[in-house]
Design a binder for this molecule. Structure first.
Ligand code: GLC
Length: 476
């Protein structure tokens, strides 16, 4: 099985969101399963010198975008057992940040076209070209388009993974001329989306198979609420859509060996977990108390992450005997809100409005609960990390949160966390209050949940096997 895996970001080279975590882990696991997988990324200027100096230029060619004849350098890096190709073009990728520029449409049409041409240039003909999110969605269109004149593409199949349907890549139809796509593609059953073109829509329509990052999200996006304006297209192409939940790298995320936390622990030495709580309380100037339930939240602070629900109940929540620690950045209104409540309740709340991976690991290790009340969550990764670190997730039953967190059942003792179903701030508050009361009044039940959470196996290997199955099914 030969796979060309396309992504606009991957750990450790470049990261703005969860896609980078997936693209940093999944190819490695597929490689372990015997797949000849090669990953393609843009050669961003901000990639660390340390990696750049290990790369080797293997070839160069030109990509035509209408009247433009664009240089394309290919650099290879073998890293951690996986082969990476970086596509070099200074005009498009010598920038301080991956996205958010006026020419993003052109930049990612260029990248996608270069990726479609790449197999011939490096003499690696994949069975599957696996693209991710809007940035590489146009590859699926190009492969179909190239088939008209070039039989090389006849037996190459495509898989398109949607990590978040919200970000679609909607642009002025003018770029179709640059892409070299004729007017036939500008119709309702193709790239056209109102008066614009939509890369993600193109990816869904043209890919051989499509998947999302959890089974529940694959169901949800059939409906207008989660469909982000594409639910009609999703229903129409439902026959080629499936869901595969993400995993986390169990070697990387392990409280027993994590060097960023103060005290290592596992289920047997779980007592050490509370030492991490004392250490974090010291770091964040909170009263040092082992017995107080601590809730952690490490997140991008935006509406989709459910921050309005949190805002609505913070006063009530902070009248309880708890501590609440927040780490992250995002929309100004939520940053200010958390700063305000930290000022108002200095003994109970710490808000650190920046991102720092060391502190984020310390929060997973220190907290008893982990808050994730997302309005929409295609999969979510931090709830998986939280469980691994014995911090019980309190989640809304959206997308992958529903697939990965088993809510506490007081009759059977089963569960790995707590959940609530409606977008209702008081449902969230009751879920938290319930969790706290069990922590305080029934420590045995709480400890059992911690054990359950630390014991579930959400290692990437399981998900990688499902991707391999999907590749087999999709292959020519
Ligand atoms: C996106 C989604 C998130 C998912 C991640 C990786 O960031 O919003 O839910 O976990 O992609 O697939």
């Amino acid at each position: 099985m030969k796979v060309l895996y396309l992504t606009s970001e991957a750990v450790p080279f470049i990261k703005t969101g969860g896609l980078a975590d997936v693209a940093g882990s999944l190819p490695k696991e597929l490689k372990n399963l015997g797949v000849d997988i090669r990953v393609v990324l843009p050669m961003y200027e901000t990639i660390d010198e340390k990696y750049k100096s290990m790369m080797e230029k293997v070839t160069e060619f030109y990509v035509d975008l209408d009247w433009k004849h664009q240089y394309t350098g290919i650099y290879q890096l073998d890293f951690d057992g996986v082969t990476y190709y970086f596509i070099d073009n200074k005009e498009y990728f010598s920038r301080s940040y991956p996205y958010g520029f006026g020419d993003d449409a052109e930049r990612f049409i260029y990248f996608s076209k270069a990726c479609t041409l790449l197999p011939k240039e490096i003499n690696f003909k994949p069975d599957i070209i696996h693209s991710n999110d809007w940035h590489t969605a146009m590859v699926n269109v190009f492969v179909n388009d190239f088939r008209h004149g070039d039989s090389y593409y006849d037996d190459i199949r495509t898989l398109f993974t949607i990590h978040n349907l919200k970000y679609q890549g909607v642009f002025d139809p003018d770029v179709m001329r640059l892409a070299g796509l004729d007017g036939g593609y500008f119709n309702e059953n193709d790239l056209k989306y109102y008066d614009a073109i939509n890369f993600m829509k193109g990816g869904i329509i043209h890919a051989t198979a499509v998947n999302t990052v959890s089974e529940n999200y694959a169901r949800e996006i059939h409906y207008p609420f989660y469909g982000e304006g594409l639910d009609g297209v999703i229903r129409q192409y439902d026959y080629k859509l499936s869901g595969i939940v993400n995993g986390i790298d169990y070697k990387q995320w392990n409280p027993k060996t994590d060097k960023l936390i103060d005290y290592n622990y596992d289920i047997k030495t779980i007592k050490n977990k509370s030492k991490n709580k004392l250490a974090l309380q010291k770091l964040y100037d909170l009263p040092q108390r082992e017995d107080v339930p601590m809730i952690g939240l490490v997140s991008r602070l935006n509406e989709m992450k459910g921050m309005d629900l949190v805002r609505y109940i913070l006063d009530e929540l902070l009248s309880e005997d708890i501590q609440f620690v927040v780490l992250g950045t995002g929309e100004y209104t939520y940053e200010e809100m958390f700063k305000y409540f930290a000022w108002k309740y200095p003994e109970k709340m710490a808000a650190r409005i920046y991102f720092n991976s060391k502190e984020s690991n310390k929060i997973y290790a220190a907290s008893d609960f982990y808050l994730m009340p997302s309005i929409s969550e295609p999969c979510g990764i931090s709830q998986l990390i939280a469980m691994r670190y014995g911090s019980l997730p309190i989640v809304r039953e959206a997308g992958g949160l529903k697939d990965t967190v088993v809510p506490y059942n007081e009759y059977t003792g089963e569960g790995t966390g707590y959940s609530f179903s409606n977008i209702n701030a008081h449902e969230l508050l009751f879920a938290i209050k319930n969790a706290i009361s069990i922590y305080k009044d029934n420590p045995k039940a709480h400890q059992q949940l911690v054990k359950n959470a630390m014991n579930i196996d959400l290692d990437w290997q399981i998900s990688a096997e499902k991707y391999l199955d999907l590749y087999e099914k999709t292959k020519a």
